[in-house]
Design a protein. Structure first.
Ligand SMILES: Nc1nc2c(c(=O)[nH]1)N[C@H]1C(S)=C(S)[C@@H](COP(=O)(O)O)O[C@H]1N2
Ligand SMILES: [Mo]
Length: 396
């Protein structure tokens, strides 16, 4: 069955029927999300900076997310970078500081390609915000995508520069300029040096120049970004200008103050909290969308979505289960064949919808035994929301 994985609606119909899905409700705040107006539209949170996510049914049409369905999360306008003049600086605790042109990045190092899921730490903040109000982009469940990232291993570049034995953290500085009340800042992040090389068979961080076989687009960081498999999107720095080798973490605002799990705005709490690095297990129902009218008389209902394992080497999604009775009983789903750590798995099933059902619930179970939680603790900035996803439907 899974060999002929076909995620289109047509493929599913061929595989055996689909329940009546009589239109998508719009703007139903009470049901959890505003359904997109039309399949093919973006859910555009802001134009400048560009913050957008795809409608959920389109997101799970393929294991590899096409660039035109891949969410964009930027804190400022895209910087304009002349590819001919571009140089990546590699400095800090190195024997040989480097200044690498795009030609050198493409010609002087082995080229690699890795598939990895990128997800914003704020994915699902909209739901999280219903627990208690949270500021920040109200992402629905589409700030996630799985792509083929091409480029060079960060570890190869560090070896060429001769990183010294005191090196502990690698800083990434972006070339964008972000206006904050405190003044203009750059986007930046850092990762522990251990994360630069391959990790128990999973790829380490890469200095990336292509996405799904094409040069990076401006929105995704042209000409160069980092991609750090298993880590939240914020550590995959776009428009990369500098790699700095240090004995301590990056002092950048986005490493030290933002992207932390906090209960309050107390600066001491923030200073003491660690930077979020890996993403947790998650699963989301993408079809049907919240507020869809479904008819129990319409036959089995197609339910489909994505499931992300915790971002740890060797850990994959083992099972995804769906409930039509609020989580009392669980039904198995069919998983996409591709199963890699640091990457999502798609899933789908057809369920009989009991008359008068209020909705559907999904939960994922990973190979290390992690079960997606029923609820999660609220945090000030609304990060890492991964409670079992519920979709309210209207019986038709
Ligand atoms: N330079 C720079 N890098 C950045 C950002 C940014 O605003 N500036 N946003 C980060 C965040 S929060 C996320 S989730 C990812 C989003 O990557 P994408 O827009 O390619 O999907 O980029 C990260 N890298
Ligand atoms: Mo993000």
């Amino acid at each position: 069955m899974t060999r002929n994985w076909e995620f289109s609606r047509r493929g599913f119909i061929a595989a055996g029927g689909v329940a009546t899905l009589t239109g998508l409700a719009r703007g139903q705040e009470g049901v959890g999300r505003t359904a997109p107006a039309e399949v093919g539209d973006w859910i555009q949170h802001s134009e400048m900076p560009n913050n957008r996510e795809p409608p959920l049914p389109r997101l799970v049409e393929s294991w590899i997310t096409p660039v035109d369905r891949f969410y964009v999360r930027s804190h400022a306008a895209n910087p304009e970078i002349d590819p001919a003049a571009y140089r990546l600086q590699v400095d800090g605790l190195v024997d040989r500081p480097l200044s690498l042109s795009l030609e050198q990045l493409r010609g002087d190092f082995p080229q690699v390609e890795v598939v990895a899921t990128l997800t914003c730490a704020g994915n699902r903040r909209y739901e999280h915000s219903r627990v208690r109000k949270i500021d920040g982009v109200p992402w629905r469940e589409g700030a996630v995508g799985n792509a083929r990232w091409g480029g060079v291993r960060l570890s190869d570049v560090l070896a060429a520069a001769g990183a010294r034995s005191e090196a502990r953290h690698i800083w990434f500085d972006g070339l964008d300029r972000i206006q904050r009340s405190s003044g203009e800042v750059q986007f930046g992040a850092s990762i522990p040096i251990g994360k630069t090389g391959d990790e128990a068979g999973s790829p380490g961080a890469i200095i990336c120049t292509s996405m799904n076989g094409q040069p990076l687009t401006a929105d995704h960081g042209f000409p160069v970004r980092t991609v750090v498999p298993g880590y939240i999107g914020a550590r995959s720095v776009k428009w990369l200008g500098r790699v700095h080798v240090s004995d301590h973490e990056s002092p950048n605002h986005y490493q030290q103050n933002d992207y932390k799990l906090l209960g309050s705005a107390d600066p001491l709490e923030s200073a003491e909290a660690p930077a979020i690095l890996r993403f947790p297990i998650n699963a989301v129902i993408c079809v049907p969308t919240a507020g869809a009218t479904i008819s129990a008389a319409g036959g089995p209902l197609r339910v489909a979505g994505y499931a992300l394992p915790p971002g740890r080497p060797g850990v994959v999604i083992d099972r995804v289960e769906v409930s039509t009775d609020g989580g009392n009983t669980w039904l198995p789903t069919r998983l996409s064949e591709q199963s890699q750590s640091m990457c999502w798995r798609l899933w789908q099933t057809a369920v009989e919808v009991p008359a008068g059902t209020a909705g559907l619930v999904v939960r994922a179970i990973a190979s290390d035994g992690t079960v997606q939680p029923t609820a999660v603790d609220w945090n000030l900035k609304g990060y890492l929301y991964n409670a079992q996803h519920r979709v309210a439907v209207v019986p038709g």
